[in-house]
Design a protein around this ligand. Structure first.
Ligand SMILES: Nc1ncnc2c1ncn2[C@@H]1O[C@H](COP(=O)(O)OP(=O)(O)OP(=O)(O)O)[C@@H](O)[C@H]1O
Length: 228
């Protein structure tokens, strides 16, 4: 579902963050992206949802070369992709319910379907009882669960998460992992950049390791492989 061919990314300041990446990720896979700080993990991930454009190379997502996509077509393309960030990025003035419903209002979903879908994802992340609260009334783990609920409410084919447990304590991180595993078990591809050695070594999945903008290891059920 995601193919990169000879992908290079040079930022305007001259830093080369992708240095010839070739990769294929199939529908339904669970993939960890690991590597030292500054190795190019975020750049790799951002290019998958057209947050960054490569300097050269092809990136094909669901059959479309997104490097050629017009800016005006990017929002439509992104409907098939859920994104989760380390710092949650919830809208502070909207309730939990509204933060999630927002993603559906943009696509003009009917109020009845919106309510049904929002309640379904809130159930999945176990936060139905906090639907009327505001983000600042929630713990970090709860905020991340809301952000995951928001990322999947459109039933995307893939969820891309950049260090989703980076700001969370170990117990909360395991709870977040449980939710990603559940999402993956339902057939959604999950791609997760992480520094969490324990999680990678315990919940085994494909591991892609990046160093200096290059994929240096790609293993099914791999280990984290760094000291951290
Ligand atoms: N917008 C940008 N402009 C210029 N250079 C950038 C930009 N974004 C990232 N870089 C540089 O590209 C390289 C790769 O950065 P990237 O954020 O992809 O790494 P990372 O592996 O995700 O790091 P971390 O684990 O710290 O998040 C780094 O040298 C970084 O400084």
């Amino acid at each position: 579902m995601i193919t990169m061919k000879e992908v290079y990314k040079r930022y305007p300041n001259g830093v080369v963050a992708a240095n010839g990446i070739d990769i294929q990720i199939d529908q339904g896979e669970f993939v960890y992206v690991v590597g030292a700080s500054g190795a190019g993990k975020s750049t790799f991930i951002k290019m998958m949802y057209r947050e960054e454009k490569p300097t050269s190379g092809q990136i094909i997502v669901n059959g479309v070369d997104i490097t050629k996509l017009k800016n005006s077509k990017v929002p439509l393309f992104r409907r098939n992709i859920g994104v989760v960030f380390q710092d949650f990025k919830l809208l502070p003035k909207l309730t939990v319910y509204e933060n999630i419903a927002f993603a559906l209002e943009v696509i003009e979903e009917s109020p009845r379907v919106t309510k049904k879908k929002v309640m379904e994802v809130l159930e999945l992340v176990n936060l139905k009882h906090k639907a009327r609260m505001f983000p600042n009334e929630l713990s970090g783990g709860e905020q991340q669960r809301v952000s995951i609920a928001r990322s999947i409410v459109n039933s995307p084919l893939v969820v891309i998460a950049d260090e989703p447990t980076g700001n969370l304590d170990p117990d909360t991180s395991w709870e977040i992992m449980r939710i990603f595993e559940e999402i993956n078990a339902r057939g959604t591809t999950v791609i997760m950049a992480t520094h969490n050695k324990e999680i990678v070594n315990t919940k085994k999945h494909r591991v892609i390791a990046i160093e200096n903008g290059l994929i240096v290891r790609d293993e099914q059920r791999g280990d984290y492989g760094y000291e951290n």
